[in-house]
Ligand binder design. Structure first.
Ligand SMILES: [Zn+2]
Length: 222
């Protein structure tokens, strides 16, 4: 009896390990200039670095917004998630800015953008490589349009994998949310395509999500 129970327990543990959606914010990111620190918006003070996120389910590994050159991304993936760039099975790109698409061309996997985001990408050198994200490529992971930062910025909505508090709704926001200060102030970055739309998008995110992974900052509990 005990043996059968242990076997069942092991099978269950193995199955739920495979079935659970995984998430890791790989880095924190930084801005070239930050008006909330009293910095002007004309002169960049430092190199920008976006937040990269990793979502996985079984053998599927979805990297959202590569932030570093390919070889350094390999180190970041290994140090933060025990994975390698060669393990990545798909990329999701929130918008075409260079700090969110570093070496994207070098990944020999599908490069996904959100359906409806095509207008943002027509002039991108990546255009020929892009494919539309098929919703639920990973279970429960949906693309969502978040206009304002660019005309058709997008993100990934997913159920937060949290066994303690139950599942909550999370969002990889890209630059629809730059940092916690921009989120609080409900405002876009200096290079926003449409500031009114950027503000509306942040309000929508506040209504709809419990956890936000911004484009250039630590995760934000809403
Ligand atoms: Zn951007």
């Amino acid at each position: 009896m005990g043996k059968i129970y242990m076997t069942l327990l092991k099978q269950h543990a193995r199955r739920s390990d495979v079935e659970e959606l995984g998430f890791c914010q790989l880095n924190i990111g930084q801005l070239s200039r930050n008006r909330f620190w009293g910095e002007d918006e004309i002169n960049p003070r430092r190199a920008p670095l976006c937040v990269s996120s990793l979502l996985w389910h079984g053998g599927d590994l979805l990297l959202a917004d590569p932030c570093l050159p390919y070889e350094q991304m390999d180190d970041l993936l290994f140090n933060r998630a025990g994975r390698r760039t060669k393990d990545v099975t798909a990329l999701f790109l929130t918008h075409p800015h260079g700090d969110h698409t570093v070496d994207a061309m070098r990944y020999d996997v599908p490069l996904y953008i959100a359906p409806g985001a095509e207008d943002d990408w027509i002039d991108s050198p990546l255009w020929e490589r892009l494919r539309l994200y098929p919703n639920e490529l990973l279970p429960g992971v949906r693309s969502i349009l978040l206009p304002g930062h660019t005309t058709a910025s997008a993100g990934l909505a997913f159920p937060w994998p949290d066994r303690q508090t139950g599942r909550r709704s999370a969002l990889v926001a890209g630059d629809a949310v730059m940092t916690k200060d921009f989120f609080s102030a409900e405002t876009g970055y200096f290079n926003s395509a449409d500031f009114a739309a950027a503000a509306e998008t942040i309000k929508m995110i506040k209504r709809g999500f419990d956890i936000v992974i911004p484009g250039h900052d630590l995760l934000i509990p809403v």
